[in-house]
Design a protein around this ligand. Structure first.
Ligand code: PBG
Ligand code: ZN
Length: 325
């Protein structure tokens, strides 16, 4: 006597059963909300390139921190949008205590001490040529760049950052930042490097929003070429060895294979970055249909977590959090 066919649909019959067997939860505590901090007084200006996200300054930063805490999102990732006049070839503004990013961090921490503040750290926001590092003979000089980043990391940590996220993919930056922070008595400040950061065209809206697009990109000389998953895993391993507390994989949606490979071998939490290009595409596709936008956002974020990310940086964090279980 033959058995009935396997009935996998038994566990799909009701929403209660489906919830019981759900393998991948998506909660507000899994999300990190990016913040673009500008200079000057109270500002809240929509960023044309990144739908639904604003450039903030002054008291608006405090209101944003309140709103993010209210929906249960535990962390923000802060980017600086600086005045062109403060930029130079040496990225001097990056190491000036009290710069716009430090001021923003201070305001957020003062308003909401429980909100974890992650400071993105790359020189492209501070250099007049908009490259991610210090130039020497037309090339981005690794060690000169790392020296400035180490100094800037201490400045950001003193301003109140809980986590520093070096995003320029320089070699040795994690070890150098760890050493500099420890020497300054800031050993509680964690490091979250962009380790598996691919040279991607999907950062376009972000580059426009943060006014950090160089005339002629040299990103291919520091970011990882998109075909190379083994190199990405190697960079993750090197950064963990140097002291990374968490590592970022980016763009998450085109790196699900890297997340899946890393989840079983990398001993620190993995963070997927749902980047600006995908955010803009989704917004464009959904138009004014907010329900569709929520549904598709949930699906994409769940898949990033299913692949292996513990945390996700997403421009949708604040909007989607109230709609998660
Ligand atoms: C570097 C940085 C970038 C992004 C985050 N941090 C741009 C770059 O490396 O060129 C991209 C984020 C996104 O596209 O959403 N400051
Ligand atoms: Zn950069």
């Amino acid at each position: 006597m033959s058995l009935d066919p396997t009935r996998l649909r038994r566990l799909r019959r009701t929403s209660a059963l489906r919830a019981m067997v759900n393998e991948t939860a998506l909660r507000p505590t899994d999300l990190i909300m990016p913040i673009f901090a500008g200079t000057g007084g109270d500002r809240r200006e929509p960023l044309a390139a990144i739908p639904g996200v604003n450039l903030l300054a002054g008291a608006s930063l405090e209101r944003e921190a309140d709103a993010i805490v209210r929906v249960g999102v535990p962390a923000v990732l802060v980017f600086g949008v600086l005045d062109e006049g403060s930029k130079d070839a040496a990225a001097s503004e990056a190491v000036r205590p009290g710069n716009a990013v430090c001021e923003a961090i201070g305001r957020i921490k003062n308003q909401r001490p429980e909100l974890m503040v992650i400071a993105d750290l790359c020189l492209c926001e501070y250099t007049d040529h908009r490259h991610c590092g210090i130039l020497r003979e037309g090339r981005i000089d690794n060690d000169a760049t790392v020296a400035v980043l180490a100094e800037a990391a201490v400045v950001l940590a003193r301003a109140g950052a809980d986590i520093i996220a070096p995003s320029g993919v320089m070699d040795g930056v994690v070890a150098a930042l760890r050493r500099a922070l420890d020497a300054a008595g800031l050993s509680d400040v964690a490091l979250m490097p962009y380790s598996a950061k691919f040279a991607s065209g999907f950062y376009g809206p972000f580059k426009a929003a943060s006014q950090s697009t160089p005339q002629e990109s040299r990103h291919a000389t520091h970011q990882i070429q998109v075909g190379n998953s083994r190199e990405a895993l190697r960079k993750i391993a090197v950064d963990v060895e140097e002291g990374a507390d968490l590592v970022i994989v980016k763009p998450a949606l085109t790196s699900l294979d890297v997340l899946a490979l890393a989840r079983d071998t990398v001993p620190v939490p993995l963070v997927g970055y749902d980047v600006s290009g995908f955010h803009a595409m989704l917004a464009h596709h959904c138009g004014t249909d907010a329900a569709l936008r929520r549904r598709l956002t949930c699906e994409l974020l769940t898949c990033i977590r299913r692949a292996g990310a513990k945390l996700i940086i997403t421009y949708s964090a604040k909007d989607i959090a109230p709609h998660l279980e």
